[in-house]
Design a protein around this ligand. Sequence first.
Ligand code: ADP
Ligand code: MG
Length: 728
Amino acid sequence: MSLIRFNAIKESNNRLVIAIEENGRRSDSFGTNVFNEKRMLQYLTKDALASVKNAISSGSKIDRKIADQVAEAMKGWAISMGATHYTHWFQPLTGATAEKHDAFFDLLSDGTALEKFGGGQLVQQEPDASSFPSGGIRNTFEARGYTAWDPTSPAFIYGTTLCIPTIFVSYTGEALDNKAPLLRALSAVDEAATAVARYFDKNVSKVNATLGWEQEYFLIDKSLAQARPDIVLTGRTLVGNSAAKGQQLDDHYFGVIPSRVLSFMSDLEQECTKLGIPVKTRHNEVAPNQFELAPVFEEANLAVDHNLLLMDVMDKVADKHSFKILFHEKPFAGINGSGKHNNWSLATDTGVNLLSPGSTPMKNLQFLTFFINTIKAVDRYEELLRSSIASASNDHRLGANEAPPAIFSVFVGSQLSRVLDELEGVSKGKLSPQEKTELKLNVVGKIPEILLDNTDRNRTSPFAFTGNKFEMRGVGAKTNSAKPMTILNTIVAKQLQEFKKEVDVLIDKKDLKKDEAIFNILREYIKTSKRIRFDGDGYSQDWENEAKKRKLSNNKNTPDALQVLISKESIALFKATKVMSEIEIGARYQVELDTYILNLQIEGRVYSELVYGYIIPSAIAYQNKLITNVSGLKDIYGAAHKNFSVGQLSMIEEIGEELTELKKMTDAMTNARKKANGLSDSKKKSKAYCNEVKPYFDKIRKHSDALEKLIDDQLWPLIKYRELLFIK
Ligand code: ADP
Ligand code: MG
């Protein structure tokens, strides 16, 4: 065994489990590191508290004097908790989070030291933003960008740093991050959904989008991960022969959690609890070493922040437990990849989940209104929704016969399908009293009962209704949920705006009663959005053919999926909802394409390094061993040696053939890469990487994996799947 591999395995085998006590009630320590309402009550004056609360609920501005008070209070609390630094915590378009720490410590001109943090520092900062991707926005406008406080997401202490969630915008106001557009989308959906919810209840004055994500991930022993250049540099294994045992026995899903992992999880949960991340469930996933963590759902902006923070905390806690955590969507070939289901709904400030059927026909009509409008929105903008989860790493799932397909469709289940069919049959215009009664009692009124035993679930659907929420399943494990949440809330906002307009026209011009008007429009929507509904097997070839007939998009790779972002219709949508300007969309399109190219470029380089630095040398070493053996046999037995070395000779040849092909493919890939690099147009370049470079990756892998099977285990230089994938 190569020395690197030997040492890494030895180190991993000698790991001790860190004993963690699962002590006491988690509710006692929930949010102790968060400047939440409880802390605010304790630390803020009445005026300041009212002002912050107002900013949270209605987005009103906080004036400078109040900001100074809030900053002073936050500082006092943070220092009492042992914090020494503060940072504006933001989400640049890289998809991760960024922070730049400043000490509270400061010197006055006379040399006196003090701890300083004022309203100015709380509200706005100017990080040196020139190294963050901006998709050209900064070149066109101003080189600088600034971060601005988002009071809707509470500040928290992480380690010894007070983190203040912020948006990141250019000096001319263009969003340079993922949070600013999300906040605008949430505000758009709030406005549109509130207006519609008020048809049913005049007390509603705000609607929040809610998000409950389910985070999947892999855990790998740290020293084993570090011994693989591909995992270190790309987050996935670029080569690797499948272990004899994978997930075929289904023995990992919901199985007993290994003690080393349980210790990590428990430590993680304690950290999350302090940070106010309401994690609730933990379990083994389908693939070996794959796990999932899910929280209680929250308001979408907060949920997104919590997911990003969680990913960071997970990374750190994993390190403490000598694990490397992988969020890549497809770290290993042959076993499941990782996703991040986004469960989504809308909730009113009167405590009603708008996607949950209620106890009266009117409440159910409200449910149907939001339910059908969501379906209609997804139907109209299915391609845009698909684009929001496109990335080089997620391409391994979507469009590669794994997890949901790249085709968007909505699963509603057989019972609700029947309800929609019945509604579709309702006559147009005014309804007779009998029709109304029949509709209310027998169709709408029965929804809660039928949903109670709605057990038919469809795991292959990318957008499934699951009783009281929709579950968007194609989101990648690594993806910042702000992206899909921005698009989903934007399209629903737009749809609800139009719905309201259409209903009002029927009420005003056609003299229909409110519920009649609503029925009429919903009926039309059911008719016109039928193609998006699909309850069958989303993985099947039949569905792919059928979807094509229905003119649903099927963009299997990122360069294709991204094109719709800059279509006229998308630009109009973002403008109408005030979510993004044309410049901001163009910038995102550019950043996403560039990120795609860079990721494939890195993978291509690592392939070359693996092939020339690791795989070919070990293949030659083993071939030489065989050659020495054969020539030794020849020395002893002369020409008769062939009788004793048929096996060796054929192996020498087989290794030679695989090696030749491996080298050929690697060189061809490098040439294709050079050619692609010569293109200056990002769209062409991304397509070249996708269609000319990437296909070689699988071919290289095939020959490398064949060599792994042929070569002496003692000589193979890369940690094998069997060694990586079964934590004890
Ligand atoms: P599963 O989908 O795995 O069967 P559940 O249905 O229990 O699991 O819920 C999955 C996720 O859905 C959880 O993270 C939960 O917080 C979230 N969820 C539940 N209700 C809502 C809601 N109204 N809005 C958003 N997310 C929700
Ligand atoms: Mg789920």
